[in-house]
Ligand binder design. Structure first.
Ligand code: NAI
Ligand code: MG
Length: 365
C-alpha cells in the first residue's frame, strides 16, 4: 500500500499554501512513482464552523492512523473571541498532545539567494543548514508545582523545570537518529553549570550516545549556544535542547534565515508498528489573516514541510533533496513572493505562480 498522508489545511492562508503542496504531491506520484494515499479533513476554525470543536474525534482518530499529518495553519480574527476550550489553537495542541509529539524539529536553512534577508552578515549565514530539536512535551512549561502563591504577604510566581530520564532519552534518540540521517554531528545544550535538570540532561545524552558511536557529540551551555548561533552558526549541525531553551534558540535561529514564509517544522513522536515515527509537519507561520484570500502567501514553508516528511517519515532523502534543490533554483532565478521582496519592489509572484515555478524546476530536475 502507498504511504498515507492526512492533510489538515486549516484556516486563512493554510488552504492556499496547501493547494501548492497538493500539486507537488501529485507531481511525485506522476513523475517519481512515489504515490501517497492522501485524505483531507478540517482543523481549527474550519472544524469549529462545521462541528463546533476545533478538532473532531474522527479527525483525531485519522491522525493517529496515518503515516504522517501535514498541517497548514489555524486561527483568525473570526475566532479570537471564542471560549478558550474551542479556540482553533486547541485543535493543534490536541494533535500534539494525543500523538505525543515530543521532538520538535526546526531547521534553519539559508538559501543562498536569500542570504541578504538575514539579520546577520551574508558570509555568516550563506549556506547555513542546521536543525534544532526541541523537547516539546515536558520541562518548565509543564512541571509541577506551578502557580502564583502568597508567601509573607507577597505574591510568588512558581514554575518547575522537571525532566525524567525517559523524557530526555526519547528526545535524545530522535536527535541522534536525525544526526545519523544528516552529518553525524550533534550538540546538546543545557545549563549543567547551574541546573540539576541540566546535569541529568548531559548524563542521559552521554549514555544514549553509546548507541550512536558514529555521531560526534558535544555539549554546550545554552547561553553560550545562543551566542554561538549568532556568532558562527555554521559550526552546528543538529542541536538537541529542552523545551524552554529550544523555544528561544529556535526563534533566534529562525531569524538567521529571513522570512517566516520560508520556515518549515516537524513534530515527531514514538515509532509506530511500521517503524515510522508518529509525525506532523507544518510551516512555522500562522494563518496570516492580513493577506489571506489574496493569493499572496508564500507556499515555500509548507512545501519545505512536505520535504521534511519525505526525509523523516518516508526515507526519501534523495527526493527531499530534489524538492529543496528545485526551490533553491527558482529563488536563484529571482522568483519572489511579496514577503521575499525588499523595498526596491518589483512585481511579486502569486502563491500559485510560485507553485508553478517550483513544478517547472522539478520537471527539469
Ligand atoms: P502569522 O504567522 O500568521 O503572520 C505574521 C506575519 O507574517 C503576517 O504579516 C503575515 O502576513 C506574514 N506571513 C506569515 N506567513 C506568511 C507566508 N507564508 N507568506 C507571506 N507572509 C506570511 O502570525 P500572526 O499574525 O501572529 O497570527 C495570525 C493568526 O495565526 C492568529 O490567529 C494566530 O493565533 C495564528 N497562528 C497559528 C499558528 C499555527 O497554526 N501553527 C502559528 C502562529 C500563529
Ligand atoms: Mg517561540
Amino acid at each position: 500500500a502507498n504511504p498515507s498522508l492526512l492533510i489538515l489545511a486549516g484556516d486563512g492562508i493554510g488552504p492556499e499554501v496547501m493547494n501548492e503542496v497538493k500539486r507537488i504531491i501529485d507531481w511525485f506520484g506522476a513523475k517519481r512513482d512515489l504515490a501517497f494515499d492522501v485524505s483531507e479533513d478540517l482543523v481549527g476554525g474550519a472544524a469549529y464552523d462545521k462541528h463546533g470543536v476545533p478538532l473532531h474525534d474522527d479527525t483525531m482518530a485519522k491522525a493517529q492512523s496515518v503515516d504522517a499529518v501535514l498541517l497548514g495553519a489555524v486561527g483568525g480574527p473570526a475566532y479570537d473571541n471564542l471560549d478558550f476550550s474551542v479556540k482553533p489553537e486547541r485543535g493543534l495542541l490536541r494533535l500534539r498532545k494525543e500523538m505525543d509529539l515530543f521532538a520538535n524539529l526546526r531547521p534553519a536553512q539559508c538559501f543562498d539567494a536569500l542570504a541578504d534577508f538575514s539579520s546577520l552578515k551574508k558570509d555568516i549565514v550563506a549556506g547555513l543548514d542546521i536543525m534544532i530539536v526541541r523537547e516539546l512535551t515536558s520541562g518548565v512549561y509543564f512541571g509541577e508545582p506551578r502557580g502564583i502563591h502568597m508567601e509573607d504577604n507577597m505574591r510568588v510566581g512558581i514554575n518547575t523545570q522537571r525532566y525524567t530520564e525517559a523524557e530526555i532519552e526519547r528526545g535524545a534518540r530522535a536527535a541522534f537518529e536525525l544526526a545519523m540521517k544528516r552529518n553525524k554531528k550533534l550538540c546538546s545544550m543545557e545549563k549543567a553549570n547551574v541546573m540539576e535538570s541540566g546535569i541529568l540532561w548531559r548524563d542521559v545524552v552521554t549514555e544514549v550516545h553509546r548507541d550512536y558511536p558514529e555521531v560526534a557529540l558535544s555539549h554546550m551551555y545554552a547561553d553560550n549556544g545562543a551566542m554561538q548561533l549568532v556568532r558562527a552558526p555554521k559550526q552546528f549541525d543538529v542541536i538537541y535542547t529542552d523545551n524552554l531553551f529550544g523555544d528561544i534558540l529556535s526563534d533566534c535561529a529562525a531569524m538567521l534565515t529571513g522570512s517566516l514564509g520560508m520556515l518549515p517544522s516537524a513534530s515527531l513522536g514514538l515509532p509506530m508498528a511500521n517503524g515510522r515515527p508518529k509525525a506532523m509537519y507544518e510551516p512555522v507561520h500562522g494563518s496570516a489573516p492580513d493577506i489571506a484570500g489574496q493569493g499572496k502567501a508564500n507556499p515555500i514553508a509548507c512545501i519545505l514541510s512536505f520535504a521534511m516528511a519525505l526525509r523523516y517519515s518516508f526515507d526519501q532523502g534523495a527526493e527531499a533533496d530534489r524538492l529543496e534543490a528545485a526551490i533553491e533554483t527558482v529563488l536563484a532565478d529571482g522568483a519572489r513572493t511579496a514577503d521575499l521582496m525588499g523595498p526596491e519592489g518589483g512585481v511579486p509572484l502569486s502563491t500559485t505562480q510560485m507553485g508553478d515555478a517550483i513544478l517547472t524546476a522539478l520537471d527539469a530536475s
